[in-house]
Write a protein that binds this ligand. Structure first.
Ligand code: B12
Ligand code: SF4
Ligand code: SF4
Length: 313
């Protein structure tokens, strides 16, 4: 019998590239032994804060075979979101690059479904599921296993070719494929730029983030008031934070994405500080129509903007 695994793996990688994914690697679906005690400790220390969903499905998060019956392979995919566009007013409250355009969940899901459909068409009756971000899957651990990059001290997955401004997604399938070598080397070396630059000291030690202190958590995930002790520490971020990636030397190699759906909303880039301070729900709905920023709702974004007013006081 001819072993088709190599041919299938190549077909999948070629199609992933055609769909616009930046990198594609494949790992054997297995228990994440090294990550299990780290995740357990992270949760035990309540580094997840009020993200209760991180406590759910502990076993599934560590074993993809519990998510897809007879799952054999995890196909890891990355999609570039780097943009060199900037908000025109340097005083305007800042928004993370990843949220400039259309919500990435929508954009990536449709590409993943196309890839799964392609696999079924070319290879046969393959069972599988598509995951991006919100599922109980350790996206970065899988991308590392699939040979895409290493986990940096800021806990982001970094690729030597393209830095870290990319999303990670997976297809978990019941198909045997050829597995890439895990990325075993660390290229942070003695650098500590991300740890030194984090304004809220959220990077407790290399690789360990206390989400409760991270501006991304405070501005997006936290539904309560932002605690007062973060006054003057938010560095003018109103949605997400890019600091620990902006300072990373590996991001000198980032190139702007070519995904039309991620093109920045022009109005968003033009808004002046005063426009943000006076933003109405109507303007919010217009600018963030298909954006991930809708996640905070108008109420959440204005809470963040209000907090920055105190910040500047
Ligand atoms: C919860 C979450 C957050 C939380 C917590 C962050 C965190 N570090 O966990 C908050 C809200 C703070 C957050 C912020 C951001 N996030 Co987020 N987030 C997630 C989510 C949903 C789960 C992450 C998770 O499982 N955390 C649990 C902890 C335990 O995992 P971990 O931090 O990866 O921890 C590992 C390391 O600590 C490692 N470790 C511990 N000790 C050691 C020692 C050694 C030697 C080594 C090698 C490793 C190691 O082991 C742990 C287990 O694998 C993922 C999506 C997903 N499903 O994976 C996106 C995800 C990680 N986020 C993403 C992004 C883009 C961001 C932001 C950049 C957004 C922004 N601009 O505001 C920031 C970056 C902040 C930061 N420095 O991490 C991307 C990262 C892409 C990439 N290139 O890495 C992901 C993968 C979403 C996606 N699908 O693209 N996020
Ligand atoms: S995203 Fe910002 S607040 Fe969060 S760890 Fe990185 S630098 Fe710190
Ligand atoms: S800034 Fe330095 S330490 Fe931090 S992730 Fe980048 S290379 Fe690693």
């Amino acid at each position: 019998m001819i072993d088709n695994r190599a041919r299938y793996s190549q077909l999948i990688k070629d199609e992933a590239q055609r769909l616009g994914f930046m990198q594609c690697g494949i790992a054997k679906a297995d228990f994440l032994e090294e990550e299990a005690p780290r995740l357990e400790k992270w949760l035990a220390n309540n580094h997840n804060g009020k993200m209760a969903y991180m406590e759910n499905h502990f076993d599934k998060r560590l074993d993809p075979r519990l998510l897809v019956d007879d799952g054999k392979s995890v196909i890891s995919l990355t999609l570039n979101y780097f943009s060199d566009a900037e908000q025109s007013d340097p005083e305007a409250p800042k928004i993370s690059k990843y949220a400039f355009g259309t919500d990435y969940h929508e954009v990536i899901k449709s590409k993943l479904f196309e890839l799964l459909e392609f696999i079924r068409e070319k290879i046969g009756a393959v069972s599988g599921r598509a995951f991006v971000d919100s599922a109980p899957v350790l996206d970065r651990a899988w991308a590392k296993r699939a040979g895409i990059g290493w986990i940096g001290k800021n806990s982001n997955l970094i690729s030597k070719k393209s830095g870290s401004f990319f999303f990670i997604a997976e297809l978990i399938v019941d198909l045997d494929l050829v597995y890439d070598n895990a990325f075993e080397t660390d290229h942070c070396g003695t650098c500590t730029k991300c740890i030194d630059a984090c304004p809220t000291e959220a990077i407790l030690s290399p690789f360990v983030i206390d989400a409760k202190k991270c501006i991304s958590y405070l501005t997006i995930e936290l539904k309560d008031e932002i605690p007062n002790h973060f006054n003057n520490k938010m560095d003018n971020w109103m949605f997400g934070c890019d600091i620990c990636q902006d300072v990373c030397p590996w991001n000198r190699f980032s190139v702007p994405h070519s995904e039309p759906a991620f093109s920045p909303n022009e109005k968003l880039l033009e808004m002046k500080k005063t426009d943000w301070m006076d933003i109405t729900e109507e303007v919010f709905q217009m600018i963030f129509k298909n954006s991930a920023v809708k996640r905070t709702k108008f109420k959440g974004l204005t809470r963040n903007i209000e907090f920055l007013k105190i910040d500047k006081a």
